[in-house]
Structure formats: structure tokens, C-alpha cells
Design a binder for this molecule. Structure first.
Ligand code: URA
Length: 306
């Protein structure tokens, strides 16, 4: 009889299986060490196939996203707003980004906070933000999304801004893109509670549009202070907006991926936004290559190949 798994372990293992399967690495989960677990995996993966498809929207592969001419003029801000119901688009991750106003200088890196004081230090930043009205995004906000995860995380992810689900719950990456991010984290051998997740802006841009210059410039000093408190060893920028605001570099994502940047004492790796990967699952292999750079920097062992 198959050995039973506790629900948390089962969820982590299934998340890995889904992520690797989406990458085409089917052999990885066909050959676990324990034959009893192998049988259980196979049965559970089959059984959960349809619910996985509902959760991630990536099985079977979705057709290539159409181009979005309204967004092609400019990738960062100052573009035509999308209709209120539009999902995160990320259609043009590799398009050139035209020059705009210079980015504001990032604040000085603040002094190190001892691990035991980091939760309280983050709370102080949250208190200072308060019921924020510093930029126009507050007008459409339900809940401000400060960030979530371990205050002592070695790995931190930065996305663009809350979507509808995040705005409703006050937590980052809890919608469909968040489920894919959870799978990516699990594939790295980590639990979501072990990492920290935040965004360039803490309030939902209307219609999920890219944050405007003023909005990013107002909000990122708080993000930088969160980074200074947490002191992650590795930061992963999810998508062009995060990469642009962290690096202050308006470069196409293609030029920023595949290498390690230095940012506020962390090693910064740039990869695709999970919402973009949901639209174009063929890029998951590329994203996995980026995550493996992060794993290498963190000293995490890559999973055994078949
Ligand atoms: N997309 C983001 O960039 N951040 C979130 O929190 C959710 C979706």
C-alpha cells in the first residue's frame, strides 16, 4: 500500500511536479526514489490534472498571446490605459524601452537590522506608509499590498503591482500568476513562507496597467527600505517593470536576463513575470534557467534530472 504524505509535503511535491511537467521534464517525477511514492505521485498527478489546468491555465499550452499595439509605443508608463477588466498583459517583455525622465536616486542603503528585529522593522515601514495617499493609485485601492513572507528570507521576489485578487486580499501574488509563482518557488525546493514577496507599487494600478513614473517613484523608496531590512542574498525581479525600477535601467528584458546584477547588497536576477509565462508557457524553460542561477547563488541543489 502506498505510503501517505502529510498535506503540506504533498502540496509542495505536487507543485514541483506541475512546474517540471510544464517545462517538459516529465521524467523527473516518473522516477522518484521510492517506488511506493512513485505510484502515489502518478495517481495523484493524473487525478489533479484537470484542477491543475484550472489553477494555472497552462495545460494544454495556451496559444501565443496576440500583440498589443496600444502598449507597443512605450513599455514603462505613459501608455494608453487598458480597460478596467484587462488582466496583466506583459506582452512585450523583450521590446526596446524608449528613454524617459531619469529615475530618482535610490536612498542610501540603511544600516543592517539584526535578524530578530526584522519583523518589527518591517512593521515600522508599514506603519509609516499608513493609509497612504501619496500618489493617485490610492483612489482605486481596496487594500494596500505591503509584502508577504519571511522577514529573514534569503530570497526575495519583486513583481510589478497588485492585481484584482491582491487588491482584494491585501497580499501579493495570490491570483493565477501567484499560483504559478508558488509552483516556481516549490520547484526551487522552497516554501512560500521561506521567501519574501513584494511589488514595485503597493496599490493596484487601474486596469492592471503598468505603474506610472510618479507612482513608482513614490512607492519604491519603501520597497528599497524593505529590501534593506530583509537583506536577501538573492533578489528576483519578475518582469520588465520590476527590473526597470530595481536597476534603474530601461533595457529590454533579454539584455538583463541570464546574469547576476548587484543591487543593494543582493545578487539580482531578472526573469519573466509569471503572468507573462501564463500567456506564453514556452518561455517557462527560460524562466527556469533564470531560477537555476538564483539557486546556484543560494547554494540550493538543482533537482536531479532523469
Ligand atoms: N502581479 C504582480 O506583479 N504582483 C502581484 O502581486 C500580482 C500580480
Amino acid at each position: 500500500m502506498a505510503q501517505s504524505l502529510d498535506p503540506a509535503t504533498r502540496e509542495v511535491l505536487l507543485a514541483r511536479v506541475r512546474f517540471y511537467r510544464d517545462l517538459g521534464l516529465t521524467e523527473y517525477y516518473r522516477r522518484p526514489v521510492d517506488p511506493a511514492l512513485a505510484a502515489q505521485f502518478a495517481a495523484e498527478s493524473e487525478a489533479s490534472e484537470s484542477s491543475v489546468q484550472n489553477q494555472t491555465g497552462v495545460l494544454p499550452p495556451t496559444p501565443r498571446a496576440p500583440s498589443f499595439p496600444l502598449l507597443s509605443a512605450e513599455r514603462v508608463g505613459n501608455h494608453e490605459p487598458q480597460p478596467a477588466s484587462a488582466p496583466h498583459a506583459y506582452p512585450l517583455e523583450d521590446q526596446p524601452i524608449p528613454p524617459r525622465k531619469p529615475f530618482p536616486a535610490a536612498p542610501e542603503i540603511s544600516a543592517a537590522v539584526p535578524a530578530a528585529g526584522r519583523a518589527a522593522a518591517l512593521q515600522l515601514i508599514r506603519d509609516e506608509i499608513g493609509d497612504c495617499t501619496r500618489c493617485p493609485l490610492h483612489k482605486g485601492r481596496n487594500k494596500l499590498v505591503f509584502g508577504d513572507g519571511s522577514p529573514t528570507a534569503r530570497l526575495m521576489f519583486v513583481g510589478e503591482g497588485p492585481g484584482a485578487d491582491e487588491d482584494a486580499q491585501g497580499l501579493p501574488f495570490v491570483g493565477k500568476a501567484g499560483q504559478l509563482l508558488n509552483n516556481m518557488i516549490a520547484a526551487m525546493g522552497l516554501r512560500r513562507e521561506e521567501v519574501y514577496i513584494a511589488n514595485v507599487v503597493k496599490c493596484r494600478p487601474p486596469g492592471n496597467r503598468v505603474p506610472e513614473q510618479e507612482e513608482g517613484a513614490t512607492c519604491t523608496p519603501f520597497l528599497f527600505r524593505q529590501i534593506d531590512v530583509i537583506r536577501p542574498q538573492v533578489l528576483v525581479a519578475l518582469g520588465a517593470t520590476a527590473a526597470t525600477w530595481l536597476l534603474g535601467a530601461r533595457q529590454p528584458l533579454a539584455g538583463l536576463r541570464g546574469r547576476v546584477h548587484a543591487f543593494r547588497g543582493a545578487q539580482l536576477i531578472v526573469t519573466y513575470h509569471p503572468a507573462y509565462l501564463l500567456r506564453d508557457p514556452r518561455q517557462k524553460k527560460e524562466a527556469w534557467a533564470d531560477l537555476q542561477i538564483a539557486m546556484r547563488e543560494l547554494g540550493l541543489k538543482p533537482p536531479a534530472k532523469a
